[in-house]
Design a protein around this ligand. Structure first.
Ligand SMILES: [Zn+2]
Length: 191
């Protein structure tokens, strides 16, 4: 982008324009400064946008969508009114990560712990359980979605989304609301 190279020049010009208003009419001096500020803001926004998109596009093709995958979420503690990072597993591949299946079975998976007050809470964010041995893919959604009036219709719509997304994979799919429902339906001992 050529916008980046122009940046230092426009900073200099802004400084010069700002030091002059006493000799010129205020209105003219102000409008020049304003124009420089607007241009500079527009340029840096364009640059930020480009930077935000590029890394995702580059790294995306290398990710196996069915491999166990962790991400970092910025989560909020209501008690402390602070935001903290939490490692969150968005895809649990049961064949690859049997120890994580054991944690999920014990309902000790994808919880967060506040670094200040140490409160432990389930992270209300969708994640996916995939078991290649059973050709089963289950999306685990927050329980509140169901209780907030989503119910059967919401379940059907989410199931349809999931079906569209995984249509090319030979898997049985389901949607559950809350980790308890996943355990009840799919993680009983012996399964
Ligand atoms: Zn806290």
């Amino acid at each position: 982008m050529t916008g980046k190279r122009k940046k230092p020049a426009s900073h200099t010009a802004t400084a010069r324009a700002a030091s002059q208003p006493s000799t010129e009419t205020t209105e003219r001096g102000m409008s020049e400064v304003d124009r420089f500020l607007i241009d500079t803001a527009a340029q840096s926004e364009a640059a930020d946008g480009a930077q935000g998109i590029a890394p995702a596009e580059l790294s995306f093709p290398e990710i196996d969508p069915l491999a166990t995958y962790w991400t970092e979420l910025d989560l909020f503690c209501k008690k402390c009114a602070i935001t903290h990072y939490v490692a969150f597993c968005t895809m649990l591949n049961a064949a690859e990560s049997p120890h994580l299946v054991e944690r999920a079975r014990a309902n000790q998976f994808n919880y967060k712990r506040c670094p200040i007050c140490h409160t432990i809470e389930y992270v209300e964010h969708p994640w996916t359980f995939y078991d290649p041995a059973r050709r089963l893919l289950v999306q685990v959604r927050p329980a509140w979605e169901w209780h907030a009036g989503g119910g059967e219709e919401w379940y059907a719509a989410r199931l349809e989304d999931l079906f569209d997304r995984w249509a090319e994979h030979d898997v049985r799919i389901d949607v559950v609301f809350g980790p308890e429902q996943l355990i009840e339906r799919y993680l009983q001992e012996g399964e």
